[in-house]
Ligand binder design. Structure first.
Ligand code: OGA
Ligand code: MN
Length: 237
């Protein structure tokens, strides 16, 4: 009996382990497929028209954690006035853009930032497979637009160094409404080649992705504090 009891418990343990493995596969696989499907749709949109909007790119829990992290960084006074241009032409010009930013540093990412970068790494690979843009690296910052702030029409690709190829913007705001303002207005040609503008509100969990050298855009004046993460895939290391 004792023998039998013991062998059953070993079998139980093995079965238990198998059940765990199968259960984890069952629960994790659809999630993994889900994000890769989203990334595929984004890559397709970039290829077809040069821009794409993806709602619920991240879930509420992750959005909330990223927002809390942003609020912590802000409380610690680590946000700086954003500038325009690169190198010698860099300048802080509040009449052009009045947001504040916190740059993430690749070697110094928090666990939350790390999991955001991992998602972006997967997206980079998907875009490379579909669009052949040769994207090799990523740079990213949190952005905070205080009430009354804006960013006039611009392209994200610098004229001096054109390594920024694809822009991604992930919004972290909770409960954004149209009357809060702060839309991202993107410009692109319609089927007749005539320029059209489209207003995209910074709804939490929404990801916007576009070709940095081809889609002019602006941030309309916001009435509420507006939080996002902006990143760029680059064709340099
Ligand atoms: C930018 C930018 C748009 C947005 O940071 O270059 O255009 O919606 N951001 O935050
Ligand atoms: Mn921009």
């Amino acid at each position: 009996m004792g023998q039998l009891g013991k062998s059953y418990s070993i079998i139980d343990q093995i079965l238990g382990h198998l059940v765990n493995v199968l259960y984890l596969r069952r629960t994790l696989m659809p999630l993994a497929m889900h994000i890769s499907k989203k990334n595929q749709i984004i890559a397709e949109g970039l290829y077809e028209k040069g821009w794409i909007i993806m709602d619920d790119y991240i879930n509420e829990e992750f959005r909330d954690s990223l927002l809390k992290e942003q609020q912590d960084i802000l409380r610690h006074g680590q946000f700086r006035h954003a500038g325009i241009g690169k190198g010698d032409s860099f300048a802080i010009k509040p009449e052009i853009r009045s947001d504040k930013v916190f740059w993430m540093e690749e070697g110094e990412l928090s666990p939350m930032q790390e999991s955001f970068w991992k998602k972006m790494e997967a997206l980079r690979e998907k875009i490379n497979q579909r669009c052949f843009l040769g994207l090799r690296s990523f740079e990213s910052h949190f952005a905070m637009y205080p009430p009354g702030s804006f960013y006039l029409r611009h392209l994200d690709q610098f004229q001096s160094v054109a390594y920024r190829m694809v822009t991604v913007i992930l919004y972290l705001n909770h409960g954004w409404k149209e009357e809060d303002g702060g839309a991202l207005r993107i410009y692109f040609p319609d089927e007749n080649g005539i320029e059209k503008g489209l207003d995209i509100y910074p709804v939490g969990g929404r990801l916007v992705c576009f070709l940095s050298g081809e889609i002019p855009h602006e941030v309309m004046t916001t009435k509420k504090e507006r939080i996002s993460i902006t990143g760029w895939f680059r064709n340099i290391d």
